[in-house]
Design a protein around this ligand. Sequence first.
Ligand SMILES: [Mg+2]
Length: 369
Amino acid sequence: MQLRIAAFTVHKRFALTISRGTTAQTTNVFVEVEQEGIRGWGEASPFSTGEQTQTTEAIARSLQKIAPLLKAISPLERQRIEKLMAEVRLPSGARAALDVALHDWLGKQAGLPLWQLQGLDCDRIVPTSVTIGICSPETAQQRVLDWLGKGTLQMPWHGIQALKVKLGNPAGVEADKALLQAVQSVAAGISKLSVDANGGWDLATALAMADWLAERGVTYIEQPLAKGQEGDLLELYERSPLPIFVDESCFTSYDILPLADRVHGINIKLMKAGGLTEVLRMIHTARACGLKLMFGCYSDSTLANTAMAHLSPLVDYLDLDSHLNLLDDPFLGARFDDGRIIPNQQPGLGVSAARKESISRRNHDQEGM
Ligand SMILES: [Mg+2]
């Protein structure tokens, strides 16, 4: 197969601040595999979990390195390709982009959308949350009203039903409480409200906040403690009235078993997992351990979030909102329907270019990056 790589930059409508910093734009990596005239598309977005960072440059460089090795291999040979990706130590974001492109190619070859190849029921897809980052209470209220279509901004999306609020504010727990109360004061009509501390709390704070958040009807808490503090999760798991999910503490299926006795659920992301192949392994491993599941995202465009939408009938909660917050998303794919991200009937991912010129042509000069 032929592999083409191009970089593209996307800008956020609302810059996103979490406990570790702020993101206003990212440069993502587009991947196209081609064989027998069929093209499969994939995407990687750069990310940092604090402990681990994958840059655009490192992802693109590693894909350039594997491209010549793939020339003699068919997109059908995914097991062989997975072994090769491990041998050349591709970062998980690069593996995700390639694996998604192979799935897109396979679906197009078969003439079926991925959700149908997996035999899934799209009626099971739950509404996605949209994320309110760390900001002042006044700004948070404005953001919520904008997302709900009651604010000053003209939003292209209507029907938001779930919100996720970023807590773990470095300014302290009183700032977290003020933010949550501000969001709730204007969140009429929101059926699910979750919080994500991105590891910004210690055990004592997490215990106190779990009680406080439970009294306010929050659904669950994501990554209350920093990665590396998993020992403290045992006590939190025993005493918290709210379900505890982990994100930064869980990258792949190998991470699940040691966490199974101390969390209620895990947040699976395409870029951490390294592709849909591993996402499926994580789903089945976690279910065998009796865990709840959610899908999350980094600064993914419609391409990567559509890939996850195809498997989303398998999970309990969805936070696939990054593309909804982009001003210049280059792709069209899964549709936004009454708060839900629903894949279409087209073969493969069902993703196309939003503008006439394709990403690979537009960024042709960046292929050597
Ligand atoms: Mg998270």
